[in-house]
Write a protein that binds this ligand. Structure first.
Ligand SMILES: C[S@@+](CC[C@H](N)C(=O)[O-])C[C@H]1O[C@@H](n2cnc3c(N)ncnc32)[C@H](O)[C@@H]1O
Length: 299
């Protein structure tokens, strides 16, 4: 079986299974299995791969045909300029969350590729304490620590399995010495009394009743606890707003990602607690990140 024929077979199969962009997906998976870049795959249609690799490729194509996300099949996902281990215990890091990571780096005095200049920056300090609520794969905690050498991060998650993955990612990117992992339920008010300069969070934010309407690749594969957030999807923002004054230093800030239609509701939860708020839009112009400055800032 040649590369060209393998691709044809896989594209036909993925089309029948209603996978979006079957040609691209078939090529990408083959490039992963053969450990060659895409241009090599397209330039060598007559090459015959080893039969074990053909078997592996067909098994992966079958999994993709069942709408298992590409990142779970390969076990990896890119986030900013880093590659993260992922498995079914963690949400696959999303592009929107890269905006949160970059906004956090902006607040910490760095110069990321994407930032909103109207967002205030934290006062200059030798070191910063950062809390990542719902760390999952650790994509936020690890990329913040990696790109800001003065950041000391507490990465909190209710899932011990997620924390194990986040810890591997911290080790992979040589920042495990500046990240403390905390297995805890953020909704339980008795946890954690430390203060932070910056609290970042991409919490679960999907209303429970919306979960059955998500795509198969999300609802059948990604962890329910990473997605669902009570009746209205706002429980984590309420908890963040309620606890902001005890979690933040006087000049600290919260940065939280939210759903496409939640920006104003989330902003209100913080502004009702006397916090100055901002909304950062994503590249599609959708409200994505709510920034809230410590209530202590106005004392
Ligand atoms: C939407 S995922 C975000 C993961 C990662 N930060 C990212 O941006 O890709 C939310 C995370 O919150 C965690 N989580 C859910 N409920 C929690 C709770 N009560 N306390 C702490 N973490 C929780 C989930 O396990 C999941 O890892």
């Amino acid at each position: 079986m040649t590369i060209g024929n393998l691709l044809k077979e896989a594209i036909k199969y993925l089309k029948v299974k209603n996978v979006e962009d079957p040609s691209y997906e078939a090529g990408l998976l083959l490039s992963y299995v053969l450990e060659r870049d895409l241009s090599y795959i397209y330039a060598h249609p007559d090459e015959v791969p080893d039969h074990q690799l053909i078997g592996k490729y067909r098994a992966y194509i079958e999994r993709r045909g069942r709408h298992e996300p590409f990142a779970y099949i390969t076990g990896e996902c890119g986030f900013l300029d880093l590659t993260f281990f992922v498995d079914r215990n963690v949400l696959i890091p999303r592009e929107e969350t890269e905006i949160l990571a970059q906004s956090a780096l902006w607040a910490l005095g760095k110069s990321p590729a994407y930032f909103d200049p109207k967002i205030p920056r934290l006062p200059k300090k030798e070191s910063y304490r950062v809390l990542d609520v719902g760390t999952g794969s650790g994509c936020l905690a690890v990329s913040i620590a990696r790109h800001c050498g003065s950041a000391f991060v507490d990465a909190l998650d209710i899932s011990g399995d997620a924390i194990a993955i986040a810890r591997r990612n911290a080790e992979r990117h040589s920042v495990a010495n500046r990240i403390e992992f905390i297995k805890a339920d953020f909704l339980n008010v008795s946890i954690n009394t430390r203060k932070y300069d910056l609290v970042v969070s991409n919490p679960p934010y999907i209303p429970e009743n919306d979960i059955p309407h998500l795509s198969d690749s999300v609802k059948n594969y990604e962890p329910y606890t990473a997605l669902a957030a009570g009746k209205d999807g706002l429980i984590f923002y309420r908890a963040l707003a309620e606890r902001a004054s005890s979690l933040l230093f006087d000049q600290g800030m919260v940065m939280a990602e939210c759903g496409y239609d939640q920006g104003e509701k989330v902003r209100k939860l913080f502004s009702e607690r006397n916090m100055e708020t901002y909304i950062i839009k994503d590249l599609a112009g959708i409200d994505r990140i709510v920034v809230a400055l410590s209530p202590g800032r106005f004392c």
